[in-house]
Design a protein around this ligand. Sequence first.
Ligand SMILES: Cc1cc2nc3c(=O)[nH]c(=O)nc-3n(C[C@H](O)[C@H](O)[C@H](O)COP(=O)(O)O)c2cc1C
Ligand code: SF4
Length: 517
Amino acid sequence: MTRVFVPDDAAALSMGADKVASALKAEADKRNLNIEIIRNGSRGLLYLEPLVEVETSAGRVAYGPVAVKDAASLFEADFLNGGKHRLGHGLTEEIDYLKKQERLTFARCGIIDPLSVAEYKAHGGFAGLAAALKKSGADICKDVTESGLRGRGGAGFPTGIKWKTVHDARADQKYVCCNADEGDSGTFADRMLMEGDPFTLIEGMTIAGIATGATQGYVYIRSEYPHAIAKMKQAIAVLLAAGFLGDNIQGSGKSFALAVRTGAGAYICGEETSMLESLEGKRGMVRPKPPIPALEGLFGKPTVINNVLSFAAVPDILSHGAEFYRNYGMGRSRGTLPFQLAGNIRQGGLVEKAFGITLRQLLEDFGGGTFSGRPARAIQVGGPLGSYVPASQFDMAMDYETFAANGAMVGHGGIVVFDDTVDMARQARFAMEFCAIESCGKCTPCRIGAVRGVEVIDRIIAGVERDKNLIVLDDLCQTMTEGSLCAMGGLTPMPVQSAVKHFPEDFDRPPVAKAAE
Ligand SMILES: Cc1cc2nc3c(=O)[nH]c(=O)nc-3n(C[C@H](O)[C@H](O)[C@H](O)COP(=O)(O)O)c2cc1C
Ligand code: SF4
């Protein structure tokens, strides 16, 4: 029986993957052909979704983007044997976009049946857990520290050091919490992994539990991710039944329980202390630090909080060794980062590469330039709180320190491209407005500052006392940066000030004679 892969990743579903799967099955039935349709995760070539693959003796052959109307012609072209078709891309592994990547975290995503333990194991799954079960908690923390892994959620804090703090803390109960709130604009890597390879995340969290002595874990997922929520729940049930979760994991005497919790989709609930409040059933409000969550986190207990991608990087580190992971990357940014290409880009999708790749390489070599075909003018990197990088800096290497030195941040690896029709003054206004809407309201610089920020930028856009209002805006940004309780208010000035600095001409509106206020 020929195996045909049709992703059930949310991006593919949004492009009609369910209907395509049904159409292919119906067409096969009509022709008395025996096919098995596997619902895999996405390969990350979102511009080709739904990307249908056929297993042939030469390897998997890709066709996309496939629509229902293409089903009959695919059969006529003998696609079940990799036949030529206008939507054909040849062997999937040979597609340039994939071939040039360095996939560690996403090595299995889109390849295996996401809920098959046998396939997961056949592709190296649970080797990290097996290695961890033979080590002491302190040694696991040491491996993770030596790998150079830094938090992929945004702040880039060394993961091993965080784990060691929880390991060293004394408590009757400790927790492991996965931050899958993924609120950054243009990002989807967490979702894609949870839908396409959930066992990798669970394996990473289980290793964190074993390393630190935490026996209960939670995955906090935004409600806008119903497919990821469902897949994670199914994955947990499968692994419980297979003895990879729960009591006495694989006869080791170690236990780790895991549950999914759903957030209501507020951006601030991605901030770790706010997420803890939400997990405790309260409104998502930021907690002052100290105490740090590693010492007093969920329900006041020592808690590991990491992003999906941080946990998912760990199994490889344990199975291949810290050195293996460290060998990727540059400077203090070690390993790979799954970059997410979005916005005005021809070939949007997921690109996992070692740190050190430049923005231009991501935009041109992978993204194929802008979707509109016009020149790219700015790229916002690292979500809505990230800087707008001008074209003159597109050759900057993707590295935490290089970006910080240039007033920008890598964050969660979100890359949102804008062409030369963008109005950067309006983008600056948008950053302030976003903060005003999403602020948790706990501290004044953010709650009031963001609202005033919108007003000041509105005056600049209207051409009212431009020079004076630019000074006010700068002063306001400084207050927010220095006085905000968390990075929501603290980083909102980053996109605003980058827009003013790199695109001053967009703020040079014709003056009006009389002030509007
Ligand atoms: C406003 C705001 C939103 C955030 N949203 C997320 C998010 O959606 N996902 C995430 O992993 N981290 C997010 N973070 C960062 C977390 O606070 C925290 O640093 C992270 O979850 C720690 O995990 P890591 O060390 O693996 O990155 C956010 C931070 C702020 C200030
Ligand atoms: S900076 Fe904004 S989001 Fe953060 S605590 Fe203050 S009001 Fe809340």
